[in-house]
Design a protein around this ligand. Structure first.
Ligand code: ATP
Ligand code: MG
Length: 328
């Protein structure tokens, strides 16, 4: 199955840890994976085993927005220039689309191969967030590159895009949170841990976002009961403390096959749940939602910012999809 999967949750809940474990799990199955670090604290590279120098040398998506926009715009006549392309500008006839497996200038500039047990994955990072990035919708938003990437991606069978992401107002305003087949909300068994779930659930419901809770740092029956009481049927699985993770954090990663059995089973559960959403996929709805959020952002700030009527960028006859030739 091809899947776009987000890990969200409050700071420190374990988004990065679980994203990285899931990426390692997928890589071990031999599946092609693009891993994207869009978290405030950029730690996914380290969690995938890069040392400090390697992680620091990763190119930042945020630094390559002009290149990304220029490439994706292609010959789309509705997008006059890269300057008028905002993070929600949808693809249309003439746009260049992206695939998980191909080589393209976006990967050349922004992705790096990371060797894991079982296979290599592509890693892309937004780059560190500044205070300005955390505000409201913003032309230079770091996650804008991720949104453009996802909105132009036609993922084929047996491919995965895994995004380590902050559950912030930015992703709600831009529509980024609707770009996933599955959203895993990582929650510790604490009041703060589950509070993000309540907010996220409201947004998710309105947009048909599939949301499941992954309990983390769960120590016993009482923790599970608490998460069940607070998050109900959304609770998918729980993960306990992992000595494997601790060893990895000490810079001594054991081989992935030595991950604790219970945690390995949890990762399989995540994959099964993610794969099962494939049937719910609806490219028409996916494309409609792009237009919805694009219009919202155009009126809120984009038109003024670019001096153009961004509504005209929407190609009414275009539907993104695996068989994109059917959209002509
Ligand atoms: N299941 C686990 N077993 C052992 N350690 C864990 C586990 N989950 C998380 N941790 C540890 O907890 C800390 C926070 O986890 P992590 O960095 O993954 O959270 P995060 O949600 O990405 O945080 P941030 O908001 O800072 O990006 C890390 O030191 C991580 O190693
Ligand atoms: Mg993190």
């Amino acid at each position: 199955m091809n899947m776009k999967i987000a890990f969200v949750g409050k700071g420190g809940s374990g988004k990065t840890t679980l994203s990285s474990l899931f990426v390692r799990h997928l890589a071990a199955t031999g599946a092609p994976v693009v891993a994207i670090d869009a978290d405030i604290n950029q730690h996914l590279g380290a969690a995938l085993g890069l040392d400090e120098a390697e992680a620091a040398a990763l190119p930042a998506l945020g630094d390559h927005l002009p290149l990304i926009k220029e490439y994706l715009r292609g010959t789309n006549p509705r997008i006059a220039s890269a300057e008028t392309m905002i993070k929600t500008t949808p693809p249309g006839e003439g746009s260049r689309l992206l695939r998980v497996r191909e080589d393209n200038p976006v990967y050349d500039a922004c992705a790096r191969e990371v060797e894991l047990d079982g296979g290599a994955v592509r890693l892309m990072v937004t780059g560190p967030f500044t205070d300005a990035d955390l505000g409201v919708a913003c032309y230079h938003s770091k996650t804008g590159a991720v949104e453009l990437f996802l909105n132009h991606l036609v993922d084929g069978p047996e491919e995965y895009v895994v995004v380590d992401m902050t559950a912030g107002s930015d992703s709600f305003a831009s529509g980024l949170f609707t770009r996933f087949d599955m959203t895993f909300l990582v929650a510790e068994p604490t009041r703060k841990g589950v509070s993000v779930h309540r907010q996220y659930r409201e947004y998710a419901r309105d947009f048909g976002v599939v949301l499941r809770v992954v309990g983390n740092k769960v120590q016993g029956r009482d923790d599970v009961d608490f998460l069940r009481a607070e998050t109900g049927d959304d609770l998918l699985v729980t993960v306990g403390h992992s000595d494997w993770v601790r060893a990895m954090e000490k810079g001594r990663p054991p081989r992935f096959e030595f991950l604790e059995d219970a945690n390995r089973r949890a990762l399989r559960t995540l994959q099964v749940a993610a794969d099962a959403t494939y049937e719910l996929r609806d490219w028409h709805r996916y494309t409609r939602q792009m237009a919805h959020f694009h219009l919202k952002n155009a009126t809120a700030w984009g038109n003024e910012r670019t001096g153009a009527d961004l509504a005209a960028q929407i190609d009414p006859g275009f539907v993104l999809g695996e068989d994109v030739t059917a959209t002509a």
